[in-house]
Design a protein around this ligand. Sequence first.
Ligand code: AR6
Length: 168
Amino acid sequence: MDIALVLGDITEQDVDAVVNAANSSLLGGGGVDGAIHRRGGPAILEECRALRAGELARGLPAGQAVATTAGDLPARWVIHTVGPVYAKSEDRSAALASAYRESLRVAEELGAGRVAFPAVSAGVYGWPLDDAARIAVSTVREHEPQSVREVRFVLFNQDVYDAFAAHL
Ligand code: AR6
């Protein structure tokens, strides 16, 4: 399995599945989440609402992942995951690792070959960059691939890219 780094916009990636750094409501927000819903169109939100009306009535907990259509994006699926909000008073790194692990588990279930990840929790959720990159890279490295042959970290800014490059 290849692990690649790209400086760019995740909504433009030609991959099978794009991972969204969502929140538990699954009903949209800012950052990557806002960009994915904007570029992907209303079909994504429609499926998210259906999930909330059914199996995910209480929302998606941090560390878990669920797939929907990717709507108008070049990708086929969006895998929504929820990273933990960073807290100094509590070590939530297991939940951040779980967000990557569960997203890859869902990708394997879908039979996805190429999967793009943003830097989950490293934006609004405040995770220190270096630590976010360390957890992301080490967790993905531990994955035992079946269908997944490429994991592409798509980093929006040079500082985030550099942090990931340092750990790869
Ligand atoms: N492509 C790739 N990366 C991006 C893009 C993009 N189009 N846009 C932003 N980033 P964030 P979080 C980077 O805040 O910290 C939302 O409101 C961004 O620069 O999107 O997990 C959700 O609804 C940063 O490096 O996700 C939640 O409420 C990284 O993606 C909350 O934010 C993650 O930043 C989740 O916060």
